[in-house]
Design a protein around this ligand. Structure first.
Ligand code: AMP
Length: 373
């Protein structure tokens, strides 16, 4: 069997690494000849909207998936014209590309979301800031990632001044006749950030991974702990019910990640990612079947694997910007090292390290020995 993947970064690389033992090869399309999935999969170099390269990606594969959500709609259409199954489906993708559509759907399904409003002009932005109240966050409606495309409006700020400043920051080159395409969200004073990852197969089978606790640094995921410690059973059940409802509602196929805020005993949904997710990297060593293997199984219409943890605790820490010395990390018993093979650059995810352990303090002690470059 063969799987096509749009995007050739570390997520595609880990998908290809998970697919290989199942006897499945991957072919990836990426604009860069240095795309790191190319080390372990056939690499096509080309743009995501190049019909010739898309046809080449679809040729001889059983299904096509993607490793990022900002896939151009034209690419999905071109692939559908090749009669190749694409998963997740275009509707799920379109909703995940739009923060307003996403939050509207979450609310429709009865799940809590932060208060939000769309804003396309300076006047609408000032009105939205007034309606939501301060402090609040303004985000680009589309194409934001890792905390990029976000501005914070401080408590007590004047809405008109704030609107002008935010527009200048997020949309510096916006022509006067173009909508700013922003969303204003109430600032959630969350106690913790959690995520729930689940996978649904073509035949409608659903598997849900243990809830994960996430800590971000400068908008980028820093540390994931699974299962999230001390989460009341009712909260866990609510998250599982929600992600199950979402998967069924979207007729979704593949792994879906939902980022959540925990405020007291209340969960609010922030956003969803229609793909394998950084907060699921721990599953490679920490779950019976990893998110990568389960995504491959789902999109190729194979039976799903068991998402249960195989150790009491797993912790995953990202390596961002620069790499510690390989030998120094490999000398630490229990530290599972993942080097994505990417050139170092400030703010770039270069790898991660996962520790599985009988308890949190053991996991933390091992992780503490891994140098932070
Ligand atoms: P996002 O791009 O929406 O995932 O946001 C990146 C990070 O910003 C989140 O992981 C949170 O730490 C923080 N954040 C996003 N939205 C909110 C919000 N409404 N209230 C408080 N913090 C937020």
């Amino acid at each position: 069997m063969k799987l096509g993947i749009l995007g050739g970064g570390q997520l595609a690389r880990m998908l290809a690494l998970a697919a290989l033992p199942l006897g499945i090869r991957c072919k990836v399309l990426d604009p860069s000849p240095d795309a790191v999935a190319g080390h372990v999969a056939e690499l096509l170099v080309g743009d995501y909207d190049d019909p010739r390269q898309l046809a080449e990606l679809a040729r001889g594969v059983d299904a096509v998936t993607f490793e990022f959500e900002n896939v151009p709609a034209a690419a999905i259409e071109a692939l559908a014209n090749q009669l190749t199954p694409v998963a997740p489906n275009p509707r799920a993708l379109a909703i995940a590309q739009d923060r307003i559509a996403e939050k509207t759907l979450f609310a429709q399904l009865g799940f809590g979301v932060p208060p939000f409003r769309a804003a396309d002009t300076a006047a609408e932005l000032a009105a939205a800031i007034t309606a939501i109240g301060t402090p609040c966050l303004v985000k680009t409606r589309r194409l934001g990632y890792d905390g990029k495309g976000q501005a914070r409006v401080a408590a007590g700020a004047d809405p008109n001044h704030a609107a002008a400043a935010v527009l200048a920051e997020l949309r510096p080159d916006l022509p006067a006749d173009r909508p700013a395409d922003l969303i204003v969200e109430g600032f959630v004073p969350f106690d913790r950030e959690l995520s729930v990852l689940a996978v649904r197969s073509r035949r409608g089978e659903i598997a849900i991974y243990p809830l994960v606790q996430n800590v971000h640094r400068r908008g980028i995921l820093h540390l994931s702990t699974a299962p999230a410690p001390a989460v009341p059973a009712a909260v866990r059940a609510a998250a599982e019910r929600f992600v199950g409802d979402l998967l069924a509602h979207l007729d979704y196929v593949g792994v879906l990640a939902v980022e959540l805020f925990l405020v007291g005993d209340r969960l609010l949904a922030n956003e969803m990612a229609p793909r394998v997710h950084n907060s699921g990297h721990w599953t490679i060593e920490g779950a019976r079947c990893s998110q990568f293997e389960n995504h491959v199984r789902a999109v190729l219409d194979l039976p799903l694997g068991d998402p249960a943890s195989n150790h009491p605790i797993a912790m995953m820490r990202n390596v961002v910007g620069s790499m510690p010395e390989r030998a120094a990390v490999l000398a630490i018993p229990g530290a599972h090292w993942h080097d994505y093979g990417k050139a170092p650059r400030a703010g770039r995810k270069l790898g991660h390290v996962t520790v599985v352990a009988p308890d949190t303090s053991t996991a933390e002690a091992i992780l503490a020995r891994v140098p932070e470059a």
